[in-house]
Design a protein around this ligand. Sequence first.
Ligand SMILES: NC(=O)c1ccc[n+]([C@@H]2O[C@H](COP(=O)([O-])OP(=O)(O)OC[C@H]3O[C@@H](n4cnc5c(N)ncnc54)[C@H](O)[C@@H]3O)[C@@H](O)[C@H]2O)c1
Length: 385
Amino acid sequence: MTEPQRRLTIAMNGVTGRMGYRQHLLRSVLAIRADGGLELPDGSRVQVEPVLVGRNAEKLAAIAQQHDVAGWSVDLDAVLADPAVDVYFDAQVTDRRVAATKKALAAGKHVYMEKPTAETFDAAVDLASVADQAGVTVGVVHDKLFLPGLVKLRRLVDQGFFGRILSLRGEFGYWVFDGEVQPAQRPSWNYRLEDGGSITIDMFCHWNYVLESLLGPVRTVAATVRTHLAERWDERGRPYPATADDAAYGTFEMDAGVVAQINSSWCVRVHRDELVEFQIDGTEGSAVAGLTRCVAQHGAQTPKPLWDPDVPTSERFRDQWLDVPANASLGNGFRTQWEQFLQDVLAGRPHRYDLWSGARGVQLAELGLESARSGRRLAVPEVRR
Ligand SMILES: NC(=O)c1ccc[n+]([C@@H]2O[C@H](COP(=O)([O-])OP(=O)(O)OC[C@H]3O[C@@H](n4cnc5c(N)ncnc54)[C@H](O)[C@@H]3O)[C@@H](O)[C@H]2O)c1
């Protein structure tokens, strides 16, 4: 393959972390590079080249060497001052996001980032306003929308399969070990409120854009949150008090009386087909989507179960659903969104999933926590630019 002439240089901060390394560096940017770059609508190609940024020189050098990346640095300011750098990407811990992305915007870079965009709604709105003024392309990860299961579910919504949509129920989570005997499979900061942890902050950002995309804007939220495990053990095996909520039980209302209930928990053992599942019920049909699969049941195929507690259930309910085909190749969702974002950068246009959408996610998380504190259902005010 001949090397494309044009090149986008992407400064990637937080690539020693779980998301930054696996999803963004390996599965997205390096995967695009390995395939010879992005293909533009006119058939030409633009290659991508990461520059790794972080705090730990040793770790960065090791990743750079392992993956044949020429550039790495512990000096963010110097990287941002380099005119050869086109895009800044941020997957650091959340509480460092605003300061770094503002610097990148001030340096005139296009900016793409992990969610949440900020720790508070006010900070998220401020960042979105600063980005509007910067005149560059900005975007925030909306990975759940690119999951094959959700792509299929969305297609069913678009084609009117459900009739009048009544409700959505979502179940997300798995058992995250407390770290005492078996190491935890998520970073310990996730369980410390003072370090930006909280499953409500983490997941309601996602649920906002999922609900918005499938059912329309969220109008009210009522949440109950818990810190089920009060003590956990960190990466070095030291016990620490878990100050952040590790389960959030949310009810959301959209227009026309549509109700969504979504449970998010790090303290649940999985008895499901996938780690996240959403069921939509409508007057004409229902569907259940996971990360990859989606099954549907039309009104005409709906069986008529009868309640009889004296007789063991003989119906195989799961067999009564039909698979929804992909009818396209649906690759890694993080990579798909990266490709769309970079195409937007090259075309000089806004990215669809911008920092205002990011701010609405932070707003829903903040109101969810406030609802849990006050025990009240809260209205979700419209976010205006
Ligand atoms: N889109 C998703 O589904 C998804 C999933 C998980 C996490 N995230 C988000 O991605 C971001 C990173 O999460 P992660 O799970 O990769 O975390 P992680 O702890 O594995 O990685 C954090 C990164 O930030 C860096 N960092 C900078 N300052 C730090 C500090 N003071 N303390 C600790 N680390 C520091 C670390 O070196 C590392 O590179 C978070 O904002 C998180 O909310 C998104």
